[in-house]
Design a protein. Structure first.
Length: 145
């Protein structure tokens, strides 16, 4: 913001100041794109967790017949033989077996953490967008059309 304020307090900013503002605009734009990509990944993770919790809840109701992915969009009919335990990934490629209720709670907590990160990222993106709009208005006054 300091660069924009300096530009508004004078008649016309120097070429160097305009160049610095434009470089800042590009950095902000790249950062906003990166945050937007991270938000998409978080959104996909939240959906995946929701589907896992729903599947666990179906298993708790007695649903043991499932379609199991074997890769490349192919599925086979399968029957769950142990409905008391669930394997969950805990990070770094490690998985642990958990009681079905513990697994469900673990996934819900994970989703809560991801939701918080999504909300923080959304706030950051809004702030970056606002900065981009403000800087863009200033630059539009001085850059050739």
């Amino acid at each position: 913001m300091g660069e924009m304020e300096g530009a508004s307090s004078r008649e016309t900013p120097s070429r160097e100041e305009i160049g610095l503002m434009y470089a800042r605009y590009q950095r902000l734009q790249a950062e906003a794109e990166s945050v937007a990509q991270q938000l998409e990944i978080l959104k996909m993770s939240m959906g995946e967790i929701e589907r896992a919790v729903m599947a666990i809840e179906e298993i708790e109701k007695g649903g043991t017949d499932v379609k199991m992915s074997v890769g490349a969009g192919a599925f086979v009919d399968a029957k769950i033989t142990n409905t008391d335990k669930v394997m969950v990934t805990i990070g770094s490629g490690l998985s642990v077996e958990k009681d079905i209720n513990d697994a469900k709670e673990f996934l819900k907590k994970r989703k809560d953490n991801i939701t918080k990160a999504y909300e923080e990222g959304s706030k950051t993106l809004r702030e970056l967008t606002q900065q981009l709009e403000e800087l863009g208005r200033v630059l539009n006054q001085y850059l050739p059309k």
